[in-house]
Design a protein around this ligand. Structure first.
Ligand code: GLC
Ligand code: MG
Length: 594
């Protein structure tokens, strides 16, 4: 009984407990599930919702508190769910609405927040709205962006302007049925909705409410920059980068991306989310924006009411060929220096559209990149498989599924294909890496799964997964949740940062981007103890967990990262023992009084 009391007192008064002033999402460790590739429950070789539900405990065990799912709505799957034919139903490939409700219920019972992918810019061309719009049936006639085209001197009708699809090819497709062009930022099977039509605006708000009523905690908003286009349809200026007028890079995108009205729509959605929370349970519902625009346009989303725009700077601005100096300047400082006051930062190193971290950086850098992602201030976002360092898989032209790659030819498809980073999750060394009982899966399983898999990494003494889990656990400490950040370049290839908070033991993270060991002094972090100890280390680090190091001279292995805390005689342990002592005294005093 008394033992229990001590334990619960310890739990209650832990100095590293979550700050009550921070809302749930501000400290979230978010995990992205790509439903087709995470877990297949029925053996058809494609992941599904019951599969996701069966693995939720894994997320909880790992320390994840929030997950977002790429689309599971009804879809012809031209863009694997990003072409939606019914925004309020579940595709049978993924399961049923009951399966979805069960998923949300199980997630709630485990304390997990569920984020849906909202795809507001376009629908599938098989959506009822588009079919009716094609036929000119009201009120759907103006649900999409229609244009009669431009008449040439010889009387022929041609495209309205030079706008190009993100996936390559012209962004206008002629409909012989309607005798007009429709605009599509993505594939021609993904017509853009017309947000200058109030009915469309209302439809999307109703869709948001529909999913809120089913218990979701927020939305990842897909391709938000593409919502509006200039209504005078001017030609985009040429970029000068290529001579191919059907290449997306042929023009700049002044008139088709991040228009002012886009931000106004985001503000309206924020109001909707806030009102919803107010009229129900006062639990914040969030919006995370997918945007690859320039820093000014990205930061404007905060002002517009987004909880945060995804910070893709470690994806867009740099990769494994950059020095630490460039990573600091182009990705980290560029983000932190431009961040508005009093907002929540976030970090993302991978997603279903970009090469895996092990491939974009290198497999040696997986742990160091996870340290950066999880220990800089704010929300961290993990793409499934990055916790075990999954690698891109080369996929043949014949096996290629991604429409972006299929739009190219056999010589160039590899530059565009997103299939290599969407292969099935490598759970264990059994059939299809434990992803499916089927030996044939929608994309092939990476051949390295026999050794690179979660089960093996759970068993191993040191592994990417163990590093990852330790980082997620460290994120629970208030020094990470609320501490200041100080990023320093120690040599051209070694970057370090501290997280500091009064009353907490500082955390120092050192990352080496060079192919050789470097020796650095950490004396610039004056508040760190002279004697430190490695608390988390990359699996390729010579300095292993528990090794004592002196602040003034640390030898950091090639391409590794380490997390340092105060050594035994000070810092964490001092705080730990004093907290423990105080509690013990309190308990003793109590028992004496009884
Ligand atoms: C977003 C998605 C991407 C999709 C596109 C069109 O960029 O992340 O996967 O192809 O939008 O919806
Ligand atoms: Mg649009």
């Amino acid at each position: 009984m008394r033992g229990l009391l001590i334990l619960s007192l310890l739990a209650l008064t832990s100095w590293s407990s979550v700050n009550a002033d921070l809302d749930w999402w501000q400290t979230a460790s978010v995990y992205q599930v790509y439903p087709r590739s995470w877990m297949d429950s029925d053996g058809d070789g494609i992941g599904d919702i019951p599969g996701i539900e069966s693995k939720l405990e894994y997320l909880v065990d790992t320390g994840i508190d929030t997950f977002w799912m790429s689309p599971v709505y009804e879809s012809p799957m031209v863009d694997f769910g990003y072409d939606i034919s019914n925004f309020t139903s579940i595709d049978s490939i993924f399961g049923t609405m009951d399966d979805f409700d069960n998923l949300v219920a199980t997630a709630k019972s485990l304390g997990l927040k569920v984020i849906m992918d909202l795809v507001p810019n376009h629908s599938s061309d098989e959506h009822e709205w588009f079919i009716k719009s094609l036929a000119g049936i009201d009120p759907y006639t103006d649900y999409y962006i229609w244009h009669n085209g431009t008449e040439l001197e010889n009387g022929t009708i041609t495209r309205p302007n030079n706008w190009i699809s993100y996936f390559g090819g012209y962004a206008w497709t002629w409909s012989s049925e309607r005798q007009a062009y429709y605009y599509h930022k993505f594939t021609e099977e993904q017509p853009d909705l017309n947000y200058r039509n109030e009915l469309v605006v209302q439809e999307m708000k109703d869709i948001i409410e529909f999913w809120l009523d089913r218990g979701v905690d927020g939305f990842r908003v897909d391709a938000v920059d593409t919502l509006f286009e200039d209504e005078t349809y001017p030609d985009e200026p040429l970029s000068g980068l290529t001579d191919d007028p059907t290449d997306y890079d042929y023009t700049l995108h002044y008139y088709t991306m991040a228009q002012d009205e886009t931000y106004e729509m985001v503000t309206q959605w924020r109001t909707l989310l806030d009102d919803y929370a107010f009229k129900t349970d006062n639990v914040t519902r969030i919006m995370m924006m997918e945007t690859y625009e320039n820093v000014t346009q990205v930061m404007k989303f905060y002002d517009a009411g987004a909880h945060f725009p995804f910070n893709f700077f470690l994806i867009m601005n740099v990769n494994g060929s950059n020095t630490a100096s460039e990573i600091k300047e182009l990705a980290i400082d560029e983000w932190l220096d431009n961040l508005p006051d009093n907002v929540t930062s976030d970090w993302v190193i991978g997603n279903h559209d970009r090469k895996r971290v092990a491939t974009r950086y290198s497999s040696e850098q997986v742990d160091a990149m996870n340290m950066i992602n999880h220990l800089l201030p704010g929300v961290s976002v993990t793409y499934y498989g990055e916790e075990i360092g999954m690698e891109n898989l080369w996929i043949s032209w014949e096996d290629t599924q991604d429409p972006w790659a299929c739009n190219q030819d056999e010589d160039t498809y590899e530059l565009y294909s997103r299939d290599p980073n969407r292969t099935p999750m490598q759970w264990d060394a059994t059939t299809s890496a434990g992803f499916s009982t089927n030996e044939s899966t929608w994309l092939p399983v990476h051949s390295n799964y026999l050794t690179l898999n979660l089960a093996a990494q759970m068993e191993a003494e040191v592994s990417h997964y163990k590093v990852y889990k330790a980082l997620i656990s460290l994120r629970q400490e208030s020094v990470i949740q609320e501490g200041s950040v100080n990023v320093q370049l120690l040599t051209d290839n070694v970057m370090a940062f501290s997280r500091e908070l009064d009353g907490s033991d500082p955390v120092i993270v050192v990352t080496n981007f060079a192919n050789n060991t470097e020796t650095v002094s950490l004396d610039v972090f004056e508040n760190a103890s002279d004697n430190m100890v490695v608390s988390i280390a990359s699996i390729n680090s010579e300095l292993t967990e528990g090794t004592a190091v002196s602040r003034s001279s640390v030898e950091i292995s090639a391409l590794s990262g380490i997390v340092l805390r105060s050594g035994t005689d000070s810092g964490a342990n001092a705080i730990l023992s004093s907290a423990f002592f105080t509690l013990l005294m309190a308990v003793l005093a109590r028992s004496i009084r009884c």
